[in-house]
Design a protein around this ligand. Sequence first.
Ligand SMILES: Nc1nc2c(ncn2[C@@H]2O[C@H](COP(=O)(O)OP(=O)(O)O)[C@@H](O)[C@H]2O)c(=O)[nH]1
Ligand SMILES: [Mg+2]
Length: 220
Amino acid sequence: MSPQATPAPSRRPGRIQRRGLMLVLSSPSGAGKTTIARALLDGDRNLVMSVSATTRPPRPGEVPGRDYHFLGHAEFEAMIRDGQLLEHARVFDNMYGTPRQPVEEALVGGWDVLFDIDWQGTQQLRQNARADLVSIFILPPSVAELEQRLRSRAQDSDEVVRKRMAKAGDEMSHWPEYDYIVVNSDIGASVEAVQSILAAERLKRERQIGLADFVNDLRG
Ligand SMILES: Nc1nc2c(ncn2[C@@H]2O[C@H](COP(=O)(O)OP(=O)(O)O)[C@@H](O)[C@H]2O)c(=O)[nH]1
Ligand SMILES: [Mg+2]
């Protein structure tokens, strides 16, 4: 697999700079997280997606390297062994993990990185990179809505839908571990909510490097 190319950072001395942040979106399957993530990426040129590695087979329409890096079990194990994953977890019957290098390069370059990962991965990121992490949990507005969204994905069998519904309860029990909670009743409103969170987090004092020099200049 090849890490996603990150544009070269443009940094000028004497300017306020900012280290990138890690924006995590988690939710049970079918709460609308993927739709929200796509809309965020479309509307924000400073945000890049972390493309996960997984042992799950591609679904129809999924593009290797864009949606996931689809790996065999041996390849995945090798990435773990070589320390190439920032976090990894078993979800349902498959392994998922975040390649380390593209994320580290993006953050240093001042890019914000968006993650679509589960609570297990979020716990690991919180342990290893608390200062960079902003985590959002997306909840469905109702059980009926969640089931309807899962069923409307023709590619998943009844069996898979049943399993995911059963798992959704477990997933949702992790909401207290997140910084922000968004109930996704309306996709447009949810996207705006996440954009507002991102805008505020970018302005956090600790994330802005070079403020002291900037203010000294202002004071003459
Ligand atoms: N820990 C972890 N979880 C991931 C990663 N990539 C995806 N996931 C999670 O794995 C779960 C299943 O993802 P996917 O197979 O795309 O099915 P989905 O539930 O329909 O989105 C979702 O909760 C994802 O957030 C990863 O790199 N690490
Ligand atoms: Mg997904």
